[in-house]
Design a binder for this molecule. Sequence first.
Ligand code: G3P
Length: 217
Amino acid sequence: MKFFIDTANIEQIRQAQNMGILDGVTTNPSLMAKEGVKGKEEIFEHYRTICGIVDGPVSAEVFSTDYEGMIREGEELASIDPKITVKLPCTKDGIRAVKYFSSKGIATNCTLVFSVGQALLAAKAGATFVSPFIGRLDDISEDGVALVEHIVKVYRTYGFKTQVLAASIRHTNHIIRCLDAGADVATCPLKAIEGLLNHPLTDKGLEIFVKDAAKMQ
Ligand code: G3P
């Protein structure tokens, strides 16, 4: 399973990259707004900085909700850097735009996916990634990971190439459950990634090793 970081924060992206485990980045308009970037030039510069840090794909989401706007914006975003994946909402216009970009060989991430039917349309339109939102389904008492599992099963049964990118991951256990569900990618906050390291026996064992190592110096 690939690891993307779900943030537009440069410092956090650098930290994850320095750990040596980062395969890519996803952003969305809310995450970009949180970084205080304003206007096209600043936004594009921010994406250029992110692309300069990571080796893998960087999802950049369009702000438009109509087909023509998505095409115009998506083409501009894709021209920033070959690492850019155009992120498009799973709506009628969004699916049309996914088809447009996929037929031009431009990578896409179909986002705001909450059902297997939406994931089916994203795959049929040729999306590179589909983003089911786990945490937001859990928020309304549904099972987000079960949706990931369902999409993976359907894609494997029918041979769709679209990668299942589990999004809206809120904590470390979501990551572990995504492994079991067969997700191709998990995009996570840095804290959830770092949580994978936590084990009291590691801390305790290291403390003993450090003490014993000191005896030999
Ligand atoms: O990748 C989508 C993600 O950023 C949404 O997360 O926590 O706002 O539901 P959240």
